[in-house]
Write a protein that binds this ligand. Structure first.
Ligand code: B12
Ligand code: SF4
Length: 499
């Protein structure tokens, strides 16, 4: 059988055991290559320490007919190292956000590597990728950038008109999932943490229901990656994908990767109605991104969120991005959004058992000590009400509005002073604060939905600090799980009880 090997190359440096960052793009493309008789392997460069030598060794070992790279902008220099050392007889495919954002500039450089055949696809690749398997005259496919020894042609930016035309992702080629299965099969020789991590990874998948974004935040490069506006899957198609992933791979944890998943009340009410008909719904959990501005409306607070929480809605990440109204409106270009909305949502959702994470960025152009104080005060209130805070320093993204305005001198980054740095340090200390879960458990007497494996029996994902008694009590509930996923949790509980 012919092989295609996908490599996701970003600046990420997460090791394999902790990593859940596989590319969704390759998973979707893998379904297409599989349909045409190829076997897929999907790797992440970070598992090999982002070392070109180790990656090249893996490519040589497996010797695939096609090597396909899914590129993030931060991975371009590693890609260069790999391409300059790969045998020229290989067929190379390039795609992903790092290609999409820079395709016309990148192509002249890429074709100089002189591969037997090199294809670059900018934008959404499903349709042009499929054409590669049905046609031999690649030089005549107008959607692709193509180069061989004879010559080259430039392609174009591709989008999918109907989101329901996407294939379901094939998780079977994921080397991470294969590794996790091996960990479970040999659980005795792995630590409890490794076994628990393997179970978490095996139950998890990204799911995409929308492409594009309605906002144009100045720090973000997303507006450059897609067409204007939002395109959605139909509800029916989304539920079919959930069923497929559960029934084929035992996925129970669905992470909507959409820029803003919770954007349309009607769509989600339709989703609730469909999912409520599906019998394994008590095992399923899902969540994704929302914006405070949209989700603060009555229909969301009093209807959509409460309904969603009954069918497995477990987490939402609110992109607040700044704690100052002035920065949000004038600098980021998020008019009408504000952290007060986020606080309202936190107060509503925490009692429903939904985890709320709020994203904040510090270091926006023109940010003053006053802006930071305002931000800190909102963060404190959100935290007090049980919200999780994610805070990071601004990293100016290539091709973002910020980059342009900073380069042209229209905006300036704030000066670092002792006063501002002290507040920033306090804000960053909230980031990923692990004690928040304990607070919810002890002070608020609440187990977030996120911690249940089966909401109908009360079976929870076991914790390292559980007593043997609690473990024995909970393991009795494992037998009620469907066979498809029972094995994973039995292995984990057994490993914990044998300690
Ligand atoms: C969800 C998400 C994540 C998730 C999950 C990532 C995942 N599963 O891939 C998490 C949180 C883990 C994550 C992490 C990171 N992310 Co992220 N993420 C996203 C987000 C919101 C959606 C990605 C997604 O799943 N899209 C759906 C799939 C189907 O699209 P896709 O993977 O791009 O694939 C399509 C095309 O790109 C193309 N394609 C992809 N690969 C290939 C390969 C070949 C050979 C071909 C021909 C085509 C092709 O075809 C696919 C189908 O159309 C995007 C923004 C966005 N809306 O795209 C940011 C985004 C992709 N992430 C970004 C970044 C920077 C990162 C990190 C590097 C952050 C960090 N500093 O650690 C890491 C790297 C992750 C990694 N895999 O190494 C940037 C990339 C910017 C850039 N120019 O490179 C984006 C665009 C956000 C932004 N605007 O800043 N991310
Ligand atoms: S930060 Fe989020 S909401 Fe803003 S433009 Fe980027 S993807 Fe859209």
């Amino acid at each position: 059988m012919k092989k295609i090997q996908f490599w996701v190359i970003s600046e990420s440096s997460e090791p394999r055991t902790l990593d859940r960052e596989e590319g969704s793009g390759p998973m979707m493309l893998a379904t297409i290559s599989k349909k045409y008789g190829f076997s897929n392997q999907i790797y992440q460069a970070s598992w090999f320490g982002n070392k070109a030598g180790l990656i090249l060794k893996k490519i040589q070992e497996e010797n695939p007919e096609i090597v396909a790279f899914s590129i993030y902008s931060g991975g371009i220099s590693l890609l260069r190292d790999i391409l300059s050392a790969l045998p020229k007889s290989k067929t190379i495919l390039l795609g992903g956000p790092g290609v999409t954002i820079d395709a016309p500039a990148l192509f002249p450089e890429m074709k100089q590597y002189n591969f037997e055949r090199l294809v670059m696809i900018a934008g959404e690749a499903e349709q042009p990728f499929e054409r590669l398997f049905v046609r031999n005259d690649w030089q005549k496919i107008p959607e692709i950038y193509f180069a061989d020894r004879e010559g080259s042609q430039t392609g174009k930016f591709n989008t999918l008109k109907n989101m329901d035309d996407k294939p379901f992702p094939d998780l079977g080629g994921s080397e991470l999932r294969k590794y996790c299965e091996e960990v479970l099969a040999d659980a005795r020789n792995h630590s409890i943490v490794e076994v628990a991590e393997a179970v978490k990874i095996l139950q998890h998948a990204y799911i995409e229901s929308r492409r594009g974004c309605i906002n144009h935040c100045a720090f973000c490069s997303e507006p450059e990656l897609s067409v204007r506006g939002v395109r959605r899957n139909s509800v029916k198609r989304t539920i079919e994908e959930i069923k497929y992933l559960y029934e084929t791979f035992g996925i129970t944890f669905f992470n909507f990767s959409d820029n803003i998943a919770f954007d349309n009340a009607e769509w989600w009410l339709g989703f609730v109605a469909e999912l409520a008909q599906y019998s394994p719904r008590n095992l399923l959990q899902f969540g994704g991104f929302g914006t405070p501005k949209i989700n603060v409306k009555d229909i969301w607070l009093n209807k959509v969120f409460p309904e969603l929480s009954k069918v497995g809605f477990s987490f939402i990440t609110l992109g607040v991005q700044a704690g100052s109204k002035r920065i949000l409106r004038d600098i980021i270009n998020r008019p009408a959004d504000d952290p007060e909305n986020a606080l309202v949502i936190v107060k509503k959702l925490i009692p429903l058992g939904v985890n709320v994470k709020t994203d904040f960025i510090v270091g926006h152009p023109t940010e003053t000590v006053g802006d930071l104080q305002e931000e800190e005060s909102w963060i404190q209130q959100i935290y007090q009400c049980g919200g999780v805070v994610s805070a990071r320093r601004l990293n100016v993204m290539p091709h973002s509005k910020y980059e342009e305005l900073l380069q042209q001198g229209w905006l300036a980054l704030p000066e670092k002073t002792a006063g501002s740095e002290a507040i920033i340090a306090r804000i960053l200390a909230y980031h990923a604060d692990a004690s928040q879960y304990k607070k919810l458990l002890n002070e608020m007497n609440r187990i977030p939905n996120l911690h249940f494996i089966d909401r109908s029996t009360g079976l929870r994902f076991p914790k390292l600090n559980w007593s043997k008694e609690l473990l024995r009590e909970q393991v009795k509930l494992v037998k009620h799980l469907p066979e498809l996923i029972r094995y994973r949790y039995q292995v984990l509980f057994d490993r914990m009880l044998s300690q």
